[in-house]
Write a protein that binds this ligand. Structure first.
Ligand SMILES: Nc1ncnc2c1ncn2[C@@H]1O[C@H](COP(=O)(O)OP(=O)(O)OP(=O)(O)O)[C@@H](O)[C@H]1O
Length: 201
């Protein structure tokens, strides 16, 4: 993971025929993290999708080095499978060993729930399950969309600890949130400063 990188240069985003933001630059190397902030609808999720290569940027460049894991509003876990098996499905695709799933369950305090079908998990437990999927992936670059939503204080602490461990081992974290998070963010990008309307106002 030590050669992981995420670099954005002058990125602009057009969505639904509307310019959302422009001029966003970011340079994260191994161990680097950033928090994207701004009100609902400003384009935080869109920027994460651009970083993930799921949405083209209107202008600018995105460079990624290292595997990528995205946690957004989609749980991406089989609702009918027990949690451990649902995570195991991704672990096989990600070609990580079974120990990665156990470690991720432990990190998110999900061991006691590991044999329950995913559909039986509560909102906060599902969010922890999604974070466990990211942790188990072994990906260097974590893109986390509103990772604190639905989490109680204890779970926010687990999230903060997981992020800190990931950064210590050379990972990169880009999180988007409209609320403050217990993350060691080196860089903060307030998308309001890049909003297309702000420029013309
Ligand atoms: N598939 C789409 N097609 C067209 N417009 C879209 C699409 N998805 C989102 N948008 C629009 O893009 C804008 C930015 O949405 P986005 O989800 O990136 O904002 P956000 O800052 O993450 O918001 P929130 O804090 O509510 O999650 C919104 O105005 C939204 O309606």
């Amino acid at each position: 993971m030590r050669d992981a990188a995420l670099r954005l240069s002058d990125v602009a985003c057009l969505r639904g025929g509307r310019m959302l933001f422009r001029g966003v630059s970011l340079d994260l190397a191994a161990g680097g993290s950033a928090l994207l902030t701004g009100p609902n609808g400003i384009g935080k999720s869109s920027l994460l999708r651009i970083c993930a290569g799921l949405l083209p940027a209107l202008a600018g460049t995105v460079e990624r080095r290292g595997g990528l894991a995205l946690a957004d509003e989609r749980l991406a876990l089989d609702m009918e499978r027990p949690l451990r098996k649902a995570l195991g499905f991704w672990a096989r695709l990600d070609e990580v060993d079974g120990g990665a799933v156990e470690g991720a369950l432990e990190a998110m305090a999900l061991r006691p729930l590991a044999d329950l079908p995913v559909r039986m998990l509560s909102t906060g437990q599902r969010k922890r399950a999604m974070l466990a999927r990211v942790i188990a992936s072994g990906a260097a670059v974590w893109l986390l969309d509103e990772p604190g939503n639905g989490l109680d204080d204890a779970s926010l602490g687990l999230l903060g600890a997981a992020v800190a461990r990931h950064l210590e081992t050379g990972g990169i974290v880009l999180a988007a949130s409209h609320q403050s998070l217990p993350l060691a963010d080196d860089v903060r990008i307030d998308l309001r400063a890049h909003a297309a309307e702000a420029e013309s106002a």
